[in-house]
Every structure is written in C-alpha cells, then in structure tokens.
Design a protein around this ligand. Structure first.
Ligand code: UD1
Ligand code: MG
Length: 397
C-alpha cells in the first residue's frame, strides 16, 4: 500500500496541473454562458466567472475513477463498494451544487440538497455493518454507562454532518480566497491526521481509504485557490463549498473519525453559532454579509445590517442587548428623529470575518484572507492538541 499512496500522490500532482490549466481554459466559457459575478470588494466592474468549483470537482472525479484499479488489487469487495459509494455521494453533491449556482436556489434547498446527496453514503455505511454504538466520554460514564446504542440517531447525525460541513464552508465566505483556502487547510489537516494514524497503526485501512480521497481533493482545490486568491480571477461558487464539505463528511464517516474532523472545523463552528440569530431570522439577514469595501481607502471594514425594530423576531431585542453587553457585536440604536426618520437598529453582520475586523480595524482584502487562514491553522493546532493531548480525560487511549 506504500506504492498505492505514492501513486495517489503522483495522480494528485498531475490532477493539480491539469486542473489549473483547465480552469484557465474554461473560465471564459462560463462568462459566455452567463455564469459570472461581480467582485463586491473591488472598484472595477469586471465580470468574474462564477462556479469554477465544478471544474475542480470534475477533475477530482476523473482522477479518482482512474485511481480505482490501483488499491483495488488488494482491496476487499466491501472497501471497493465503499469507495464507489463515497464517489457517488460526492458526485451527487457536485451536481446539486452546480445546479444551485446556475439556478440560485433558496435557503431551504441548501439544507435539503446535502441530505439527499448523503443517502448513498448512509446506505453503504449500513451495508458495511456500520456501528450505531458510541463510546461514552469518561466524565459522563457514571451517568450513561460505557456505551450507548443510538440506532437510527447515528444516521440522522451523519446526514446532519453533511448538511453542516457543506453549509459551514459556504457561509464563511465573501473575501477572495477564503472558501478554497479553508478547504485546503482542513483537507491538509485531515491528510496529516490520516498519516499520523497510519504510522501509529491505528485503523490503518480506514485512514488509507480517506487519504486516497483527500489527496486528490487537496490537489484540485489548490489549483482552484491559485485562480481564486486575491485578486480573484474566478469565483468558486457554491459548487466548491458543497464539494468540499461533502468530501470531508464522507471521509470522516467511512473513516470513523467524525469527532476529530469536527475539531478541524473550530472556526466554522464558531462562525455558525455566531450566525445563528441571522440564519434563523431572529434578526434580519441581508443577501450578502461580506465585509464592507471602502472605496476611498481600498480597505475592508465591518458590514452592518440595518433595520427597523419591528423587523426583529421575538427575543431579538434581548439578544442584541446580550451580544452588545458581551462585546460580541457592535449594536447601535438610533431613536426616531423628527417626522421622516424612523427608529433604526444597526448591528454588524454576525460572521467571524466581521468579528475579526472588530479587533483589527479596516484591513486590506489580501491581508484579511491571510488572517482568516491563520485562524484556521491555529484551529488545526488546537484540534491536534485536543486529539492527542486532552483526549485522555475523555476516552481511554
Ligand atoms: C454566502 C453568505 C453571504 C456572503 C456570500 C459571499 C451567509 C448566510 N451567506 O451566501 O453572506 O455574502 O456567501 O460569498 O452567510 N463575492 C465577492 N468576493 C468573493 C466571493 C464572493 O464579491 O471573494 C460575491 C460575488 O458577487 C459572487 C457572490 O459573492 O458572485 C457569490 O455569492 P454566493 O456564493 O452565491 O452567496 P451565498 O453562498 O448564497
Ligand atoms: Mg456561496
């Protein structure tokens, strides 16, 4: 299997260069087909091709299909089936993601699509006798016992994992390079984790399986990142976000390391929890929450949602007061003044990017991306220290 890993690396390297070139060749066709967007953080009105994640996805699939015969020589039939179903789920997600980019689907679809795409994955987990029992963390054992049989809940958890991973990446976005950048860093973290576990001889077969999928994923995402980095020549579209999230969910589920995988999502988890009031309509959520571009200075600053008090859901006012008190958000109440001007509330859009800007002030877009990537890497370092350090307080290792 050493040779299979070496070959997987070679395949990935080739896929990287072909993918880089393919994006370059195809991007004008996207503009012709009406698939383009405007970079909201630039002064130019240039059309930027949108949805190029689909090229990366296609290259990933081709590379994986060509790779199938290689580990298959010493794979069992079951592992082969798992590999095919993993690709089927990812392929389905790329297809639905691209449909979203073309048709601009609504919010509820975004929750529905990954659930559908994860079905092949859940099916193969079932036929391969996937465990529905979890080991209880040590502190909870006096209460719950050593293990818990969760049955169908495990499948619901896995479906939700796919929904979370895909959308969590999609909502940490809006600055050149962040969607792909975070995907590359999370992918690399998973690859490093797989290699460590293979070296420790812990469930090596499962981690090898994950590695065969994650290496080509990193390769094609990196090719996309080179076009998407500041100043973006292409946008990745929701296709890439779905593709990336689904790939992570697939390898984590079939590799049985979903808790560790979620540790690599620390910034995304924070961003999601912070976003909850806007995502669930407690306070209004504008179409775009990306930072605000200041034409005069060329820097990015916090962006705000402005609305009248009666647009808030129940509990909105109390929530805003709490956020403001905890200094988690910048909130301003302007009372009605005169006849024309009604009362207005302004609160920064609740994203980790704006939260970062709250501390560092207006920042150049490229620098901001580098900061966000740094946060992601710090997240990975914390994840590894939890996984290999603090873990002994929770599980017997
Ligand atoms: C998600 C976010 C939204 C954010 C958007 C930006 C939530 C709930 N949704 O929406 O707040 O504004 O992503 O990606 O958090 N764009 C840029 N620069 C970039 C990347 C994107 O200007 O570096 C703009 C372009 O106009 C591009 C558009 O964003 O066409 C793509 O947005 P899209 O991916 O369709 O937005 P959502 O995923 O729905
Ligand atoms: Mg998006």
């Amino acid at each position: 299997s050493v040779w299979a890993v070496v070959l997987s690396l070679v395949y990935s390297l080739v896929a990287h260069f072909i993918c880089y070139q393919a994006i370059k060749n195809f991007k004008d066709m996207f503009i012709k087909a009406g698939m383009f967007g405007k970079d909201l953080n630039k002064t130019s009105e240039e059309k930027i091709p949108e949805g190029l994640g689909v090229v990366s996805g296609a290259m990933f699939l081709i590379s994986c299909f060509l790779f199938i015969p290689i580990p298959f020589l010493d794979y069992s039939e079951l592992q082969f089936t798992q590999f095919i179903c993993a690709l089927l789920s990812i392929c389905c997600m790329i297809f639905l993601g691209f449909a979203d980019d073309v048709l601009d689907l609504r919010w509820r679809h975004k929750l529905f699509l990954p659930t559908i795409a994860s079905l092949p994955l859940l099916a193969v987990y079932f036929v391969s006798g996937g465990s529905t029992t979890i080991i209880v963390p040590i502190p909870l054992r006096p209460l719950l016992g050593y293990d818990l049989h969760l049955g169908v809940l495990v499948y619901i958890y896995m479906g939700m994992l796919a929904v979370f991973c895909t959308n969590a990446i999609n909502i940490l976005a809006g600055v050149n390079g962040v969607e792909t950048g975070q995907s590359v860093i999370i992918g690399t973290s998973i690859a490093v984790f797989n290699v460590i576990e293979i070296a420790r001889d812990q469930f090596a077969a499962k981690h090898l399986f994950s590695l065969y999928l994650i290496l080509p994923f990193i390769a094609v995402s990196l090719a996309l990142l080179r076009h998407n980095w500041y100043p973006s020549k292409v946008f990745v579209g929701d296709t890439l976000c779905y593709f990336a999230g689904m790939t992570f969910a697939v390898v984590a589920i079939l590799g049985s390391f979903s808790k560790t995988m979620l540790l690599f999502f620390i910034p995304q988890v924070f961003n999601f929890l912070y976003s909850v009031p806007q995502l669930f309509g407690i306070i209004p959520c504008p179409r775009h929450r990306l930072p605000k571009f200041d034409r005069a200075t060329g820097l990015l600053g916090m962006s705000y949602a402005k609305f009248s008090p009666d647009q808030m859901g129940p509990g909105g006012a109390a929530l805003l007061k709490t956020l403001s008190f905890l200094r988690l958000a910048k909130v301003e109440w302007s009372p009605p003044s005169g006849k024309e001007k009604k009362a207005e509330i302004s609160v920064n859009n609740l994203t980790i990017i704006n939260y970062l800007l709250k501390f560092i002030g207006p920042t150049h877009e490229r620098t901001l991306t580098i900061y966000i990537m740094t946060v992601q890497v710090v997240g990975t370092i914390i994840a590894f220290s939890i996984r290999y350090g603090f873990v002994r307080f929770f599980y017997d290792v």
